[in-house]
Structure formats: C-alpha cells, structure tokens
Design a protein around this ligand. Sequence first.
Ligand code: DAS
Length: 262
Amino acid sequence: MSEKKKVIVFTTGGTIAMKFDPKVNGLVPAVSGADLAAAVPGLDKLADVEVREFSNHASCAMTPQKMFQLSQMIEEALKEEGVAGAVVTHGTDTVEETAYMLDILHKSEKPIVLTAAMRGAGDTSPDGPANIYCAVKTAASEEAKGKGVMVLLNEIIHAAGQVRKTHSANPDTFASPWWGPIGYCDVDRVVFRRTPLDRHTYSPKELTARVDIVTGQTGIGRDYIDFAVAQGCKGIVLEGFGRGNLPAIVEPAIKDATDKGV
Ligand code: DAS
C-alpha cells in the first residue's frame, strides 16, 4: 500500500461547524476542529490529517486581515516536510472571497481546497462530512497539483477566481457562471477537465490601505464616493452596470476622487 499523504485542515467556522440552539432559534458555533474531522468516516484512510483551528465564527465575521493571516499560516504549513496540500473549512457566505484572497497570494504547486456546508452539523443529512471527505481526497491527489486554490462542495470542484454562491439555502448552490467547474471528486478518483488559466498572484508584505467598494444601482448619486473619500480610503472599486457603465452624474465625483490621488 502506498504511503499516506499529509493534509492539514484549517478550520475557520461556518455552518459546517454549527448546531441548532433552541435558545437563539438558529445555528451557533458548536463543533471543534477535531470533532469536525472525527465526524467524517474514512477520513484517516485518505490521508494523514492534521487539524489546526484558525477561528470558529460565521463567515460574515471574516475580514481581509484575517484572510491574509490565514494565507500566511497555510503557506508556512505547506512548506512543512511531507505536506501534500491544505483544506480550509469555512462558512459559505464569504468562502468565495476568502478563496479568492488565498488564490492571489498562493504560489506553490500544492493545492488548497476550501469547503463548507449548507446544513448544520446536527441537521438531518448534513453535507459537511462528505464535503470534508472530498476536500481532503482532492487536496491529497496528484491531479490537484498546480490547480491553485479551489472550492469544493457537492463533489464539484470550482476554481477560486470563478466560483459564486448562487442560492442562500439549497446545498446545490455553488456555480462558476460562464466557465463552469474545473473538476469532480468521484468515488474512486479525482477528475479534472480544465486548468484555471489567467491566475494572478501578488506578494504584499501586509494589507494596510483601505479600499471601499461602491456598487452601482439605478438612482446612484455621488454621495457614496464622496463618503468613501472623506473616510480616508486609498482606493475605490466602483462596480458599474454591464461593462462598467455608470450614469454621468457620478463622473465629477470620480474626477474629484482621482484628483485627490484616490
Ligand atoms: N453560517 C453562514 C456562514 O458562516 C452560512 C454557511 O456557513 O453556510 O457563512
């Protein structure tokens, strides 16, 4: 029998690590990283799994700074002797953002696979254990090498730069609109049909500048841009309509902001 590969699982929280609490009539963080792995039958046969807890909160509490710190922890772990890849368990709400941040900071060939769950750990038919199983299997696979950072739920593997959550409740929620998933974690193997092209990576030493996002909506005026500038942001991402269109009324605000070096 071939030697088992080592995979490090970083846990951050999310529904995957939550259980229903009647006192708050909702899901609350309830499962430790070790218990999360222990609930996955057969995980120990796939790889030599080590769990490292990063946090245990809903993913709306994730911040760019935390993502950056997580990235540094993962990149250091991937340099450790014998480590084949990493898995991150996360909340579905912002997993696409964390995956993207990890991807633009990731340069090694070793795979990073993020996974999550739409059903809590104590729900009927939770999807977390199967998702963790497939994520570890993929992270340990030869096929995943060089594919960058991926998001895997429901056996489907998406590239970090293309995946989106498309439904707020249904387990079949992750999709890569236009481009499609890159692979599939099958019972007996991990299959890839595409390699994500056009990945860009960066090597910032730290994240310091404030950058705001202003979303275009019909009726938009200049106030959100002026507000962002007044708050001292160093850059603004303006999310326009279609190919980036915004009404003419916004143009003077953009000019004033750029004149100030924003
Ligand atoms: N609990 C939410 C979150 O942490 C939703 C989820 O995990 O699916 O993002």
